[in-house]
Design a protein around this ligand. Structure first.
Ligand code: HEC
Ligand code: HEC
Length: 157
């Protein structure tokens, strides 16, 4: 009995150690901006708060400053690098109906950089949305129409 528990525990520890070693190994390859982001921005809340934003550098600067006031540890000289990273990955999206749904629904599986970089015809966007639904995206008919109109208008080939 004890033996089984010990073996089980050891298996868990091995997995944790392997994961830590993997993370440490990865760390060297992760660009500085991403490291700052992972260390400074994941300390209090998950990515969701950040993923669901689409902001320019100025707006991100304000948020980062507010987070520093909240207690986030970011060196002053690292702020521009971090803001660039945030703008690159969570940059602005055009205003308009459908934007809010995109922010909420399309960020569940990937960031919006993927969406911003994709230019397509309305027909292709309809196909892409269908493919996303197959992946697990949930939109009712009204939301589907609003998102399709938004994407076709703003990310047209
Ligand atoms: C010390 C804890 C802490 C850290 C570290 C932290 N945050 Fe926050 N964050 C908060 C709190 C508390 C809120 C909710 C209150 C607020 O919006 O100020 C929040 C809210 C947010 C929001 C939502 C703002 C909105 O207007 O809805 C964003 C975006 C955000 N944080 C981004 C970041 C980024 C980027 C970093 C890394 C620089 C970061 N946070 C690090 C505490 C933290
Ligand atoms: C349930 C998970 C999920 C949701 C939600 C989701 N996607 Fe995706 N998306 C994926 C996956 C997985 C891929 C990668 C598929 C691939 O590379 O073949 C992807 C890839 C993409 C691509 C790149 C396609 C390409 O051909 O390069 C675009 C554009 C995209 N998604 C748009 C969206 C939009 C817009 C939404 C919201 C309306 C959305 N996604 C919501 C899972 C999702």
């Amino acid at each position: 009995m004890t033996r089984t528990i010990k073996t089980g525990l050891w298996a868990v520890i091995t997995v944790i150690l392997a994961a830590a070693a993997f993370a440490a190994g990865q760390d060297n390859q992760v660009p500085k901006a991403e490291r700052i982001f992972n260390i400074s921005c994941m300390a209090c809340h998950d990515l969701r708060k950040i993923q669901t934003q689409a902001l320019d550098g100025e707006a991100w600067t304000k948020i980062v400053n507010r987070m520093v006031d909240n207690g986030a540890k970011v060196e002053k000289e690292d702020i521009p690098v971090l803001v660039n990273y945030l703008e690159d990955n969570f940059g602005p999206l055009p205003e308009g109906p459908g934007k809010q749904i995109v922010l909420e629904k399309c960020t569940v599986c990937h960031d919006l950089k993927r969406v911003r970089q994709h230019l397509a015809s309305p027909e292709e966007w309809a196909d892409t949305l269908g493919a996303m639904e197959n992946e697990g995206l949930m939109l009712n008919d009204e939301e589907f129409a609003a998102v399709l109109r938004y994407l076709a208008r703003n990310f047209r080939q």
